[in-house]
Design a protein around this ligand. Structure first.
Ligand code: UDP
Length: 338
């Protein structure tokens, strides 16, 4: 599918100040659209909003959410990425996760029901599948999430399907695998606080000689560490443009994996980080992290067939190189003028 110009079209991006959201906004803008960011800035950063207006909106506040939608009455399409994401935190604080993710999205859907916004593209996750023996994972397998995070995302998928049936809300659920890498132009990148993800943690360890933790080396995988499907964040962003176009062309409902179809182990990632940075990564093996699954990677045929989606940036070396460039860019030691 060709990515035609978005022609000044406004698109609400909920969670647009976050890691994936900011890359989505930049991509929308580069295609001629106007991203309108709704964010409560609990995890996102104001400095990541550069391509359109923004509203301070906390989805847990139903009236504030409705008011924000009333302000942008003519907008038809909503991309929803706002969510608590840290898997192990969810295990200890499920109430927070269900409130932020499920209640927040219910308020969002209710606001959409009362306004013009009748199309949603929702950022779901491979964590909704749970431990699946049959990899690559197809969208048709029974979803059985084991983490609180995955359960909240699956509950949202169900809510969206119900709103589709009852209120004709068009939806595309994108089940992302592991978002990684950074904007090749260095504008934006991964800046979680606290940072829990493998690649930024391993880059930090490479740069500072700090000891990083590897959560388990006794999984049933090639080297005992967990394997994931790392997809460049720019490719994930591009999948949203394909989704907007697919909805324009009449797609009313779909759930689609967004991954590369290849899995890498924690050790393979560390090896690539050592190659790209030229530094050693020191680590210690720790016990398994709560909620982690051994091996997840996507069957990508549905994304290709329905969205015409193919990755362009997700070569592992490019993922690590762009993440490393961003790390150096924001780190005084490598960039003393900042
Ligand atoms: N991981 C690790 N050390 C870290 C961060 C992550 O060993 O400091 C492992 C984690 O256990 C998982 C993989 O790296 O197996 C990917 O974790 P990440 O948090 O990046 O993504 P997730 O798959 O949990 O969304």
């Amino acid at each position: 599918m060709r990515l035609k110009n978005l022609n000044g079209r406004p698109i609400i991006v909920v969670g647009g100040a976050g890691y994936i959201g900011s890359h989505v906004c930049k991509t929308i803008s580069s295609k001629g659209g106007i991203p309108i960011v709704f964010d409560n800035f609990s995890a996102g950063h104001e400095h990541s909003i550069k391509w359109g207006p923004n509203e301070l909106v906390d989805l847990r506040d139903s009236q504030a959410t409705l008011n924000a939608f009333e302000k942008y009455k003519s907008v038809e399409t909503v991309i929803h990425l706002a969510s608590s994401i840290e898997v192990s935190h969810g295990e200890n604080f499920p109430s927070e996760f269900y409130t932020n993710n499920v209640l927040g999205t219910l308020n969002l859907l209710n606001a959409m029901k009362n306004t013009n916004a009748k199309k949603i593209i929702f950022s779901s996750t491979c964590a909704t599948y749970g431990e699946i023996d049959d990899v690559p994972i197809m969208e048709t397998v029974t979803q059985n999430p084991s983490s609180v995070y995955g359960k909240t995302k699956l509950a949202i998928e169900h809510m969206i399907e119900s709103f589709h049936k009852a209120y004709s809300l068009d939806y595309i659920i994108l089940r992302y695998f592991n978002a990684a890498g950074a904007d090749p132009e260095g504008d934006i990148g991964e800046e979680h606080d606290p940072e829990t993800h493998l690649i930024p943690n391993a880059l930090e360890a490479a740069a500072n000689g700090k000891l990083m933790e590897i959560f388990g080396d006794d999984y049933d995988t090639i080297d005992g560490t967990c394997m994931r499907d790392y997809i460049h964040v720019n490719d994930i962003a591009a999948a949203h443009i394909n989704s907007i176009k697919a909805q324009e062309n009449g797609l009313v409902s779909a759930d689609i994996n967004i991954g590369t179809g290849t899995a890498y182990s924690v050790f393979q990632i560390i090896n690539m980080i050592e190659k790209v940075t030229g530094y050693n990564v020191k680590y210690k093996i720790c016990k398994r992290r709560a909620g982690d699954l051994s091996k997840l990677y996507a069957d990508t045929s549905k994304a290709e067939m329905i969205l015409g989606f193919k990755t362009k940036y997700s070569d592992l070396e490019n993922i690590i190189q762009t993440a490393w460039n961003f790390y150096k860019n924001k780190n005084e030691r490598f960039n003393p003028k900042k």
